[in-house]
Design a protein around this ligand. Structure first.
Ligand code: SF4
Length: 371
């Protein structure tokens, strides 16, 4: 159930209440779940614009004018055993999405070179499968990560699904991985509505193994799957709890053949409001707009930064196209923002630096997350 300003009984106008919460966050404080619900239930465009202005102020306060850029390379496509309802790569759905096995070194090296040419800080190695266990495939994955690291052009990150033991996470760390993308996707309550082949708890367990290994976490979700506003707030609260370094926000791009192919899109103002509430809940994190921005926001894409985003997935997503990188770079220049070439997330609270792109998740717009 949602909490409105009136129910909250504060006696303040919405504008005053947003300003009170915004100033508190600027001063280093937090907002509660109930307060986040107040914000996400704001309805009028005038009040939403106030909310965006405060989110922008919080972004500038904690992140300056730097925008972190990430990209991904799809290392294994299609035929995934899982049934995430937004994903064109699941074997459970007929989507016509490409299928291929784990890639050789060359395409990965090409992606690293392209990323370097576009001044992208990190490249995420993404695979459509359930996850990683010990064995020959883990050896191959570690080889690719080592090669990416030796290439030295961009930081290697990965999003390779569920991890089933501490030993696997430790191997990835030894290979040189500093950041792993693993979206929670949605709230704990809504998760079984879009995936039944693994659980929200499986995802939390994977994240714990990675954190134990000293790997930074890129974890966010996908909005527009039919969840409600309370689910979006609960997702952000879970992310605050796990202390992810980078938080990808994907917006559903319904893919024909998936169970969500006819899902009604979220209105752009609802998307921007959600990003702003994420900034209030996660003031110091890299909030990255990933899949689905072009198709859902259209001419309003540049407003994601006003709404508090501090990072952007550039280049094509896993199974859908994005606008050209040069167009994104021009958008940043026009807004007076700078790509953050050297971002190592050292200014963030929590464990460390993620370079990542976290890709995976981005991947997804439609697809989201791998695993
Ligand atoms: S999101 Fe990932 S785990 Fe889920 S079906 Fe797609 S590739 Fe598989």
């Amino acid at each position: 159930m949602s909490v409105t300003m009136a129910e909250a009984g504060t006696g303040l106008t919405i504008r005053d209440r947003v300003a009170e919460m915004g100033q508190r966050v600027l001063d280093g404080g937090q907002i509660s779940r109930d307060e986040a619900l107040e914000l996400v239930n704001i309805e009028s465009n005038a009040d939403i614009m106030d909310l965006l202005a405060w989110a922008n102020r919080i972004r500038e306060h904690y992140k300056g004018n730097k925008i972190h850029l990430c990209s991904i390379v799809n290392a294994k496509a299609g035929a995934c055993s899982e049934n995430c309802s937004f994903c064109s790569q699941s074997a459970a759905f007929q989507t016509g999405s490409p299928r291929y096995g784990f890639v050789d070194p060359e395409p990965v090296q090409d992606a690293m070179s392209e990323a370097k040419d576009n001044s992208v800080t990190a490249v995420g190695l993404v695979a459509a499968w359930r996850g990683l266990k010990e064995g020959p495939m883990l050896d191959e994955v570690c080889d690719r990560i080592r090669e990416m690291k030796e290439n030295g052009k961009s930081r290697p990150d990965a999003s390779l699904g569920l991890i089933e033991s501490q030993a696997v996470a430790d191997r990835l760390k030894e290979a040189g991985l500093s950041c792993y993308g693993h979206n929670l996707e949605s709230s704990r309550r809504f998760f079984p509505e879009h995936c039944t082949t693994h659980t929200f708890e499986d995802r939390l367990k994977t994240i714990q193994f990675l954190k134990n290994a000293g790997i930074s976490i890129c974890s966010g979700g996908i909005i527009g799957m039919g969840e409600d506003r309370e689910d979006r707030v609960d997702l952000a609260m879970e992310i605050r709890e796990i202390d992810a370094n980078v938080v990808p926000v994907n917006i559903l791009n319904p893919i024909p053949g998936t169970p969500l192919e006819n899902q009604e899109p979220l209105p752009p103002m609802e998307i921007l409001k959600t990003i702003a509430v994420f900034r209030f809940i996660l003031p110091q994190k890299e909030i990255m707009i990933a899949g689905g921005r072009t198709v859902n926001l259209r001419d309003m894409q540049s407003m994601v930064f006003t709404a508090g985003a501090s990072a952007l997935m550039v280049g094509n997503y896993l199974t859908t196209l994005n606008q050209p990188v040069e167009k994104d770079l021009q958008m940043l220049r026009d807004l007076g923002l700078d790509p953050d070439w050297d971002n190592d997330f050292a200014d963030q609270l929590g464990s460390g630096s993620c370079g990542s792109k976290c890709g995976s998740e981005e991947k997804t717009v439609e697809a989201a997350v791998t695993a």
